[in-house]
Design a protein around this ligand. Structure first.
Ligand code: AQP
Length: 334
């Protein structure tokens, strides 16, 4: 029997979404809604694993929904909702906390990165974040999860948790083992200031990222200041791979222009970086500024966005409650 395919993914409302979120996740979300049923979630419960100003958090939830829609998500086709409005996420997360193993969580590299040097001071929520992510996916019995490469390890943990639940409660195939859908070319967009770090909302310098709401001027300034080396653009892929900042800019250019990297290198190699930067700026302005303008427009009508979340919550809750009923039964909860 072939399983019905269902897509689930989430984005944290932790501020301005950036080019990494756009190329690593949102664009993929949009193309998937053409071929599968999709559920997309603003994961506010994940966001509060590090302190969020409550007023800012509410604002960021609406901005994230606006970004989803501005990128092309259709709320009549896909389910769009806010995680905390469906209480099943928190309930299943608790059940899965009891299935997941401490040894598994100890291996999660994102916790190590985000907790920093003083792990004792990190919230317990940050530590068990991957269990909540497993609950998000398994609550809907999702089969496919579009994410950037940084989330691959968490996805593997979700599969381990699903497998252990199916074994522990003797219910083979109850939870499908979700497959990650990671973009092939730019699975990890890197910081414009340091090609070895991923582009991130929480990076202090705004010059490290292109935000979806950046103006043409801001995009132009950020690309002009993006780190490169003083030499010319390398001729071979091998050489390029030794220069992470240059590789990052070429990868972004390749992805947005939908060209093969070999062709881009043919056009660029031997030229000064200013040539690549000029071409990339033009491309980014034409790709990103219309999205930013649409976000601004959508944010002018907050009640419309709230209405979308409300409808999404109702639809998501029906699926979640139906699945939770069976999950409680399997576990022996009355
Ligand atoms: N740099 C990136 N390249 C490719 N994909 C990325 N994603 C995030 N950064 C990149 C993907 O975007 C989706 C939503 O991510 P998120 O905002 O929920 O959390 P995150 O991965 O923790 O993103 P940030 O920007 O680094 O946020 P902060 O700084 O708040 O922690 C995910 O699919 C992610 O893979």
């Amino acid at each position: 029997m072939t399983k019905k395919k269902l897509v689930f993914s989430g984005v944290q409302p932790t501020g301005n979404l950036h080019l990494g979120n756009y190329l690593g996740a949102l664009k993929n979300f949009v193309s998937l809604q053409k071929e599968m049923n999709c559920i997309y979630c603003v994961v506010d419960l994940h966001a509060i694993t590090t302190f969020q100003n409550p007023t800012e958090l509410q604002k960021n939830v609406l901005e994230t929904v606006a970004s989803f829609i501005a990128t092309g998500l259709n709320p009549d086709k896909s389910i769009l909702f806010n995680q905390s409005s469906v209480s099943g996420h928190a309930e299943l997360a608790w059940i899965l906390n009891c299935v997941s193993r401490i040894g598994w969580l100890n291996r999660m590299t994102q916790f190590k990165d985000k907790a920093g040097s003083d792990k004792e001071k990190a919230s317990v929520g940050l530590y068990i974040y991957p269990n909540l992510m497993a609950a998000d996916i398994l609550l809907y019995k999702a089969t496919h999860v579009p994410v950037g490469a940084d989330q691959k390890q968490h996805l593997e943990l979700s599969r381990d948790i699903a497998q252990k639940f199916n074994n522990d409660f003797n219910c083979k195939d109850f939870f499908p083992l979700p497959d990650p859908l990671i973009p092939k070319n730019v699975s990890r967009v890197m910081s414009l200031r340091d090609g070895t770090k991923k582009m991130s909302k929480s990076e202090e310098s705004d010059y490290s990222r292109i935000n979806l709401r950046d103006s043409s001027d801001e995009i132009s300034k950020k690309i002009k200041k993006a780190k490169t080396n003083s030499e010319q653009i390398p001729v071979s892929l091998n050489e390029l791979e030794k220069r992470p900042e240059a590789l990052n800019l070429i990868n972004i250019y390749t992805e947005i222009s939908k060209t093969k990297i070999e062709k881009v290198l043919n056009e660029m190699s031997g030229k000064e970086y200013s040539f690549l930067k000029m071409k990339l700026t033009e491309l980014l302005i034409s790709e990103i500024t219309p999205v930013g303008k649409e976000i601004e427009k959508l944010l002018k009508d907050k009640s419309h966005l709230e209405q979308i979340l409300k409808k999404g919550k109702e639809k998501a809750n029906i699926i979640a409650e139906e699945n939770l009923k069976n999950i409680r039964e399997k576990v022996g909860l009355i």
